[in-house]
Ligand binder design. Structure first.
Ligand code: ADP
Length: 613
């Protein structure tokens, strides 16, 4: 057996296998497209099949050759039929092809062979025109369509190109037999390639179709992951496009459950009537309720109206898949398959993955939306409360200022008259009277101190401050001068050097150092007081520290001492108002800094505060 014979046998086996495969496919699914695909392959294989039949049975049966010719003549018309599953074919072309096929049959059957030259030309014209139209339609479709349909049409277009090539080589061989003596093998090879690519295009094997669909699914998942917190409309639009691409149909609808109206509302659709107009609402509702995907074909137990609707939408079959993650479906995906879509059971599983993933993303989006809503509501509430708090703080501050300011005057009168009475009527009082008097004067003095401190405290916030360059070294010198008597009395040493210049309200900074230094003098222990003041630069701020060797503070009070009126000692032990440190802290915060203290009882305390550099 030489190469040419081997190829002949191989191509025969090949064509028979393809024809049988498409026939089995049709017998399993019994739909129109599979029938037409099987017919095209049977036509192409009819000659081989009849030859085989004759070889096996030994029967001559001359009419069988007529059958194979008739089958061959049907091929262009059937190919056109396949085109119509992918893109509309004008009715005129369809009818023309049908007429041409019938005329060709009549010529072959009535006139018989050999055909006169004009008849041969007419039949060739029929083949060239209709096959040519189909080939162009496949090629154009391959560029114009998307997704799985595009892949299939690419193969169909490739099949057409191989067919044309085979025909051209066959033409050259019959015109110039010497030039193309070895063309038979090439023709057989190209015919086989053509049949194979047509087969992949029209009836792609399951695994290949699934691979194309999975690519669409993968792209979809990446897309919805990328779009992150996209709105549900965006997600549904993407689902709609992806399913369109993966299933090869434009009729895709999504119905989502609307909480407010308590019904399924159609969200995305194209050329599909509204849900109530779709008599299939019952089916869709059932799928939504039972969360079980369903295939509805025209042969399903539908009433007449439903069947009519399916026909009007050219849907065969209709797939309804729940969009669900949990106990309740969010909605349903409705896919009206067109005749060319080639439904297989796996499609339902594929669509289930699509809808499950969509449901997860939709649920996430809903949760995010809810979260955003809640956050916004919370923010608004916080703003309202902050504003209210601000108002009441302002009022309180104003009140404290006005009250302390206005209290001074009557207090001064009380003090003055107390002094006057003591001067004038001292002789009239006995010892106890003097003692009572001393209490009254002491109380008035203490009250004045408290009011002054309170006034100073409220001034920190109520007064307008001017921020100017302040030399801290100079400020501390000035404070030391003011406190000279107390320093001498305590025998204290104050060490301060290299203090920086800062931008601040000079009066407030002066008060700050004054409070800290006088506290360090006041709360001294048995040792002679030593007070160290220094400052170090930490990134964008100056950190000041005022360290003493006084009595120290217990750890549990380290925060409390900065609160107004909080004191750790009795008046008789250490006199004071309990406002000094509160003023210090407020001053530091007004300058954008922080204040805290570290201490060891009996060892001393270190007060820290920061001021932006
Ligand atoms: P006052 O000194 O008028 O009581 P302050 O607000 O200045 O009020 O201080 C609050 C409290 O913090 C004081 O009563 C004292 O107990 C404690 N305190 C402040 N400075 C020192 C210090 N340098 N050493 C120990 N305790 C201190």
């Amino acid at each position: 057996m030489n190469v040419s014979e081997l190829l002949t046998h191989l191509s025969r086996i090949f064509f028979v296998v393809l024809a049988v495969r498409t026939l089995i496919d049709f017998l399993v699914y019994r739909d129109r497209i599979r029938r037409d695909i099987a017919l095209v392959f049977l036509c192409l294989t009819s000659g081989i099949l009849i030859g085989l039949f004759r070889a096996i049975t030994g029967w001559a049966l001359p009419w069988l050759s007529q059958v194979s010719t008739v089958a061959l003549l049907a091929q262009p018309y059937l190919l056109l039929q396949l085109v119509s599953y992918f893109r509309p074919v004008p009715r005129l072309v369809m009818r023309g092809a049908l007429a041409a096929m019938i005329v060709s049959w009549a010529l072959v059957l009535v006139v018989g062979s050999p055909l006169p030259a004009w008849a041969v030309l007419a039949v060739i014209a029929y083949f060239v025109m209709i096959d040519g139209y189909a080939i162009m339609a496949f090629i154009r479709g391959a560029f114009a369509s998307v997704g799985v349909v595009r892949q299939r049409l690419r193969f169909a277009a490739a099949g057409s190109i191989f067919l044309v090539a085979a025909l051209v080589v066959a033409g050259i061989r019959s015109a110039l037999p010497d030039l193309a003596a070895n063309a038979t093998s090439a023709i057989q090879f190209m015919a086989m390639l053509s049949a194979l690519t047509y087969y992949v295009g029209f009836a792609p094997p399951r695994w290949l179709r699934q691979a194309w669909q999975l690519t669409e699914l993968r792209d979809y998942l990446q897309q919805i992951q990328r779009s992150g917190d996209g709105s549900s409309t965006d997600i549904l639009r993407q689902l709609y496009q992806a399913v369109t691409r993966a299933m090869g149909t434009h009729r895709v609808a999504v119905a989502l459950w609307d909480q407010a109206s308590e019904q399924l509302a159609l969200q995305a659709s194209d050329g599909i009537p509204s849900l109530p107009d779709l008599n299939l609402e019952g089916v869709i509702r059932r799928v939504w309720r039972e969360q079980e995907a369903q295939v509805v074909s025209r042969s399903s137990s539908l009433d007449n109206a439903d069947r009519h609707m399916m026909k009007a939408l050219a849907a065969e079959p209709l797939l309804v898949v729940p969009i669900t993650t949990g106990p309740r479906a969010l909605g349903v995906l409705v896919v009206f398959l067109e005749h060319g879509s080639l439904f297989v059971e796996d499609d339902l599983r594929l669509l289930a993955v699509f809808t499950q993933q969509t449901a997860i993303v939709l649920a996430n989006a809903a949760m995010l939306e809810e979260l955003h809503r809640q956050t916004e509501a919370l923010e608004e509430k916080v703003q309202q409360r902050t504003a209210a708090l601000q108002r009441s703080n302002d009022e309180l501050r104003r009140f404290a200022y006005v009250a302390s300011h206005d209290l001074r005057e009557p207090l001064r009168t009380v003090s003055n008259y107390l002094q006057l009475i003591e001067m004038r009527y001292a002789d009239l009082l006995d010892d106890e009277g003097h003692e009572f008097f001393a209490f009254a004067v002491g109380g008035a003095k203490r009250m004045r101190d408290l009011i002054d401190a309170l006034l100073a405290y409220s001034r920190v916030e109520t007064q307008v401050h001017e921020f100017v360059p302040v030399d801290c070294q100079e400020v501390v010198d000035e404070v030391c001068q003011q406190l000279q008597v107390a320093i001498d009395e305590a025998g204290a040493t104050i060490i301060h050097e290299g203090l920086p210049q800062i931008k601040a309200d000079k009066q407030l900074i002066l008060q700050l150092f004054q409070n800290l230094i006088s506290n360090a003098l006041k709360y001294r222990g048995d040792r002679e007081p030593e007070i160290h003041i220094d400052a170090t630069r930490h990134k964008k701020e100056w950190r000041f520290c005022v360290r003493d060797n006084g009595i120290g503070i217990e750890a549990q009070y380290l925060e409390r001492i900065f609160v107004i009126f909080q004191r750790l000692h009795h008046q008789t032990e250490y006199p004071g108002t309990g406002i000094g440190l509160a003023i210090c802290k407020k001053t530091v915060e007004l300058h954008g800094g922080r204040m805290w203290v570290e201490s060891q009882v009996g060892e001393g305390s270190t007060f820290y505060f920061t001021i932006p550099a």
